[in-house]
Design a protein around this ligand. Structure first.
Ligand code: SF4
Length: 285
């Protein structure tokens, strides 16, 4: 993907600091664009939920509840019953109400749930309830890491699995594997458990990928985390962050206040910049 980099001077709020703990999504966001990270985590602007995000969250909820059932009860019929209960509950939350009549999103969720039964046989998956949506918190290379693992299975092979919704990863697969590699490293560091394999399951695309959790790949993920943390510390000290212009800018909620995209945009973090984002309907976290 073609990326153009531009160093942007900003204004920090008083006592600005980095988040105490770093998650994979924060790391990934920073790698995509430092200025976007600045808007999200230094100035705490909230990106509005998207149809894809809401649909992905509902799909994850259904998978989690399905795998809490005894193996024989993990049927498509029961999965659809869970969807009928969990979907409306999730969409009733104030922040998601906007999507209550998003039929295309609902259709994508139904397909994702149906596809779960095409990419694997849920009744054969050996998983404990406490190994679903597992919370990890551990220091890795001097960085406080936090993460939630969709599923950890032990059936002779220790495997960390993560579901994805949306399109096939195509040539971006290797980059997306950094997330489960980082989780595998956290398992080793926090729990002294050796993960043998990592798995990404792309439900809408009906594709699943299993890779051996090689030590060097886990270490590389840990180095990426340390680099992200060191680089963001420097940006904080410099009061300047790298804007990375790419095709992903089309989906960025901060475009109107980004000097790399809008030439007249005021200094990010200034009251004029804040007014633009507030005017665009964005809220603080
Ligand atoms: S519009 Fe692009 S360059 Fe600007 S903050 Fe968003 S992702 Fe970064």
């Amino acid at each position: 993907m073609a990326v153009q980099k531009m160093r942007v001077d900003v204004e920090h709020p008083e006592n600005a600091n980095l988040p105490k703990r770093v998650s994979y999504s924060q790391m990934s966001l920073y790698q995509q664009c430092g200025l976007k990270f600045f808007f999200s985590y230094i100035h705490n602007w909230q990106e509005p939920p998207t149809s894809a995000l809401v649909g992905g969250n509902i799909t994850h909820l259904v998978a989690e509840e399905l795998y809490k059932l005894a193996p024989a009860e993990r049927t498509l019929e029961n999965a659809m019953d869970i969807l009928r209960i969990e979907g409306p509950k999730f969409l009733a939350r104030p922040e998601n109400k906007l999507f209550a009549s998003d039929f295309s999103m609902k259709q994508n969720v139904r397909e994702a749930v149906e596809n779960l039964f095409k990419v694997e046989s849920p009744h054969e998956v050996v998983v404990l309830p406490e190994h679903l949506e597992m919370k990890l918190r551990v220091e890795i290379n001097g960085v406080e890491f936090t993460g939630t693992v969709d599923r950890f299975t032990q059936d002779g092979i220790n495997r960390v699995s993560d579901y994805k919704t949306g399109r096939s990863p195509g040539r971006f697969l290797e980059g997306k594997l950094t997330q489960p590699y980082l989780y595998a490293l956290a398992f080793k560091t926090q729990l002294d458990i050796d993960v043998d394999e990592v798995e990404l399951i792309f439900l809408n695309a009906q594709e699943s990928f299993i890779r051996p959790a090689k030590v060097e790949l886990l270490e590389d993920a840990g180095k990426q985390l340390a680099k992200m943390h060191a680089d963001s510390k420097k940006d904080l000290a410099d009061v300047a962050w790298d804007a990375k212009v790419s095709r992903l800018c089309d989906y960025c909620a901060f475009q109107q206040a980004c000097p790399a995209k809008a030439v007249d945009a005021p200094k990010p973090g200034s009251s004029s910049s804040d007014a633009i984002l507030a005017g665009a309907g964005l809220l603080r976290k």
